[in-house]
Design a protein around this ligand. Sequence first.
Ligand code: SF4
Length: 439
Amino acid sequence: MSRMKFTVISPEVYTYGAMLVAGILKDNGYEVTLKRRLSAEKKSTVMLSLYSTQHLLSDEIKEFISKHRKNGGTVYIGGPVSAYPEMVLGELKPDAVIAGEGENSVPYVAKLGISSGTPGLAYTGPDGNIIRTKAVAPASMKRPLPLIPDDISSQSIRGASAYIETHRGCTGACTFCQVPRYFGREIRSRDLPDILEEVKEFKKHGATRISVSGGTGSLYQYRNGKINEDAFIELLRGMAKIMGKNNVSSPDIRVDCINERIAQAIREYTIGWVFFGLESGSDKILKVMGKGVSVSQASDAVYRCRDFGLKVAGSFIVGHPLETAEDFEKTKDFITEHCLDDVFVSIAEPIPKTPLAELVLNTPKEKSPLYMPHKGEYMALKLTESEARSFDLQMHADMFKPNLHVVTDEIFNAYLFGVRKDGKEIRAATELLFKYYGK
Ligand code: SF4
């Protein structure tokens, strides 16, 4: 009897989640192909792993699904977008959505297909109503090895071939973030030998640099309200032994989850960069964002890392509905004072089912930075307020990076193009939320 065939696709990049699902299917005896392009054998079963609301707006993805289904194939959609199945079913029209953490439901989906007895599914019933089957429990952190493609070295996500999962969940409650809502606020950690076996496997397949995934690196093995420094240090040491310290990064850490020992381990066992989600230089905005930390804690963390010789990068979010011009100036001041080695700026995006999404949807458009025309310094560029702040902050950060960064015409135009694109995409995603809000 021929084995059932699956194609697992994550558009553009091999995401860790797609590799994991492909590994589980392979371990269950199925024939699996993993792709980052939208193509599949006719009549095959496709599992599409989508990680951005933008995917719900993609004509290319819509066309692929429609054509594949017309040709007799089946399409399931999973990944972070499955947190809002109504939107996925309404916009992309797949056969079904694998809702929530897929590891537990994928083997049932493969065996039983779309049926009321398959856990963790959402699909459109004959009368057009959305049917949701029994929810699956949070996944165990014991699982088979992911399916790692042989061309994994060809991808570079902020310098890493892959971001591996060491634990799941976040103790934080940032109002713009889906992680605690999707994975919960309890930390579930993997066993170190399993992680290291996986790192070896990545290396065997050609991965050049491996990074620890998620915004909370040092929460690995967090227990009883305490950071487990020893476990995190062992993790980095083990990874460095396999990959070499120049091929390991542990970038994202909460500013209240770093101390001397952790900073020292990052210097000793990784490329020596730390990445903080700083978001704003205004305590008021940090509070409404639910960051749970203050500007002075963020400042201390930056200086502490510098003392240990680490490079520090930070990300900022501009255009929060409650961010005033004064709050924005405080963010600029933070950057002026701390001269960060790298800065990433994004416009506040209402991720579905987050408190920020509620706030954006309840803010009249004429008062929302996402829609309001900018009337200040960059008025001639015809930007919205969010776009203007993002543009301004990127230019400002360049002036205060430790190494000289000259803003050439080319860079100026690239920033301008980038903020216009971001603004347009986030407004399109917000319109989608307006369409499905309350459904
Ligand atoms: S600390 Fe990071 S992962 Fe946790 S809720 Fe905040 S943004 Fe999300």
